[in-house]
Design a protein around this ligand. Sequence first.
Ligand SMILES: [Zn+2]
Ligand SMILES: [Zn+2]
Length: 348
Amino acid sequence: METMRAWVLRDKRKMQIEEREMPVPKDGEVLIKIKSMGVCGSDLHFYTDLKIGDYGTNGNPLILGHECSGEIVKIGENCTKSEVGDRVIIEPGIPCMHCDECRAGRYNFCHDMYFMGTPPWDGCMCEYVAWPEFLTYKMPEEMTYQEGAMIEPFVVGLQAMRNSGIGFSDNAVVVGCGAIGMMTIAALKAEGAGRIIAVDMEPFKLDMALKIGATDVINPKECSDVVSEIKKMTDGWGAQYAFECVGSAKTVYDINSYVRDGGTITYIGLMINDGAPMPMASAVMRGLTYKTLIRYTNLFDRAMLLLKYGRADIKPLMTHEYTFEQGDEAFEKALNDKKNAIKIVVNF
Ligand SMILES: [Zn+2]
Ligand SMILES: [Zn+2]
């Protein structure tokens, strides 16, 4: 039996390298040697709590990770487009392509989705992954594996644009400049938004937001009245669109006053519990629209084109790199240094 090394989560904040059986590509699958993996906020939730909402490990071992790039090393039967040596990124959700949602083009709502690194399904923090060929995308030659591993969260930002309905030159506020907030800013820039106002409490992140595409930044620690500051920047009325990328009860509530009447708020930040209060009486009076986001459809190849042609640049977001052997250190860094870490990438 051929084996490979994998990082296996055994308990809360307890991950170890173990030998696992090497996957064999089935019909329509390719075998990918993983080269880079991004550490995601959702990986961290599983790492510390062993669950997110209904998805829990139930005491079973789990390989984390769903943001990755790699090289095709073996091709299963009935594959049509791949060659050994192709450098690819992986779309981490496998929809059934048969249920009513899949057939309606909303495969992010597939009734039978298999999602990499979400229990009970193992992720990509291992040396090899067998994956459906149609969910792999060839990277442009000049793109590094590290950048490739950051495309999945950029796709989340692009899906947020699509769901929100924002158009060319519309203005927007982004609350929270973690990785997803930054990807939302990059997506806003690619979408041709007008004024892009970033709100965060860390000066380092606000500087980064400007690099990625924000036109203005606000630090609530230094600004006593965020609402009037935003109004000043948006003709006195507030933004047309706002994107919540924190998921805390306070930001979820406060963002309502950052948009103008008739404005649209898209909630992207993961909220772990229901019950955060919402100002629904005034939301109805003001005609606000709420959008949310779960996964994405048909955006990975488009995301790569936007990066290839410079419509967005996400490379500066990689603040730290670790080797495969330092996998647990990478997770501890992501957990303990939220001030300085935006995207942490593990290289195999
Ligand atoms: Zn992710
Ligand atoms: Zn389906």
